[in-house]
Design a protein around this ligand. Structure first.
Ligand code: ATP
Ligand code: SF4
Ligand code: MG
Length: 408
């Protein structure tokens, strides 16, 4: 039997909606609404889906930053939610998180050494006090940064380098599982490729298992062994990278894939466009039956009543999990792969960045630029990541805001 490191069973996370003068509970936002899956040791499980479908909530519940409304998480053979005290503290070391935005997730008033070394302060038994500076310098080296820059501040680094700092902090305690919540979404595509390559290298070196949350299907494809597609708090399709990208059976996955940029201009005309109609329903009031029926191009009367289970269904070659009553494979034209993008050599250096040199043409992106999965409509072709407009000012102008990092 495969070696499962983390198993989520029927996880629910509902947030109460308060209303009226008395602030009484008037409803529930069903952010995560019955999610089950397993993560194998050493694998990368990608989680994709439109904004608001519950990806980040799932990530927080998996590492117990929030308690679930119900359901269980088994971590390496231990029921996580029945642990307390020192057992839970020890467990926390084994599951860490890396956040999306390298501009707000690092405290601007702390040096890089303090930021990366903070987990050592919180878990003092991991590295003896005298060895912490060396430990931080080793981590800087592991993520491709210059260990001599231990006393610099986050604003002295580029976006990609800051994300490396976030990753160094994430692996400081040598966790078994790293939850990565949109770790490259705020970065230019060439920098994305570098950070992803780094994550793959660290996975090999440290035997890490990743849960890689993103809305960009191209990025997820490159790094993931398996992919789960979420819609309105549920997982609607789950399979290997090949099953999801080459023979998706759920209409929602097929629509998302049909909106991924096509690299070859000659192929663009051949790309089938699946346009989803209607807005994303509110997670406070999901539709009856199959909750995708209000936007599904294949919906039939039965879909309004029957709620399809996420179970193995035929995909033309074998079978994989899909929550569609009428699941059938559909080939969608090849997508772009970030590994093909030429690396921007300005970012390859481990030196501290000369910000003036970047000001002219740095292609840093807003967090959700070119998202294939954002918005109420998923349409056919979108602009490719290389066509994205550069936000030239953000790197130097944006003041990072202070935010306590809840990872440890
Ligand atoms: N603390 C909270 N209180 C109330 N509602 C919340 C809370 N956190 C998340 N939600 C709601 O839960 C739903 C899922 O949010 P979540 O942030 O998990 O989505 P997501 O898939 O990560 O979206 P994105 O791609 O934009 O990051 C949304 O409707 C959101 O408004
Ligand atoms: S069950 Fe019906 S509405 Fe749901 S995805 Fe399948 S065809 Fe569409
Ligand atoms: Mg999120």
């Amino acid at each position: 039997m495969a070696d499962v490191i983390l198993k989520a069973d029927n996880l629910y996370k509902h947030y109460p909606i308060k209303g009226g003068v008395l602030r009484t509970t008037t409803g529930q936002v069903k952010a995560v609404d019955g999610v089950s899956f397993e993560l194998q040791r050493g694998e990368t499980l990608g989680i994709v889906g439109e904004s608001g479908c519950g990806k980040s909530t799932l990530g927080r519940v998996l590492m117990r930053l929030e308690e679930p409304t119900s359901g269980t998480v088994n971590f390496d053979g231990v029921d996580m939610y029945s642990q307390s005290g020192s057992a839970m503290r020890k467990l926390r070391r084994d599951i860490q998180i890396v956040f999306q935005d390298p501009y707000t997730s690092l405290n601007p008033r702390k040096t890089v050494g303090d930021i990366i070394g903070e987990p050592f302060e919180i878990h003092p038994d991991v590295v003896p006090k005298g060895g912490r500076k060396k430990g931080v310098q080793e981590l800087l080296e592991m993520v491709g940064l210059n260990p001599e820059h231990i006393n610099r501040y986050p604003h002295q680094f580029s976006g990609g380098q800051r994300q490396r700092i976030g990753i160094a902090r994430g692996i400081a305690l040598r966790p078994k599982v790293l939850i990565c919540d949109e770790p490259v979404s705020a970065l230019d595509v060439s920098v994305q490729a570098q950070v992803i390559n780094l994550m793959e290298k660290l996975q090999d070196e440290l035997g890490l298992s990743y849960i890689f949350i993103a809305h960009d299907l191209s990025v997820v494809r490159h790094i993931s062994d398996r992919v789960g597609v979420m819609y309105l708090g549920r997982m609607v399709e789950l399979g290997t990278e090949e099953q999801i990208y080459q023979r998706p059976t759920h209409p929602y996955t097929q629509a998302l894939l049909s909106a991924v940029p096509v690299p070859d201009p000659l192929m663009r005309g051949k790309r089938e466009q699946i346009v989803l109609t209607g807005d994303v329903p509110s997670p406070a009031n999901p539709p009856s039956g199959c909750r995708f029926h209000t936007r599904c191009f294949k919906a039939q009367d039965r879909c309004k009543v029957d709620d399809p289970e996420l179970i193995d269904r035929p995909d033309g070659v074998g079978e994989h999990r899909s929550a569609c009553l009428f699941a059938e494979p559909r080939v969608i034209v090849e997508t772009v792969d970030v590994s093909d993008v030429e690396v921007d050599t300005r970012f390859a250096s481990t030196d501290v960045v000369d910000l003036d040199a970047f000001a002219e043409d740095d292609g840093l992106l807003p967090a959700d630029a070119a998202s294939v999965a954002q918005g109420s409509q998923v349409v056919g072709e979108t602009e490719g990541p290389l066509d994205r407009p550069a936000d030239t000012n953000r790197l130097i102008d944006d003041e990072p805001t202070e935010q306590r990092d809840p990872r440890v």
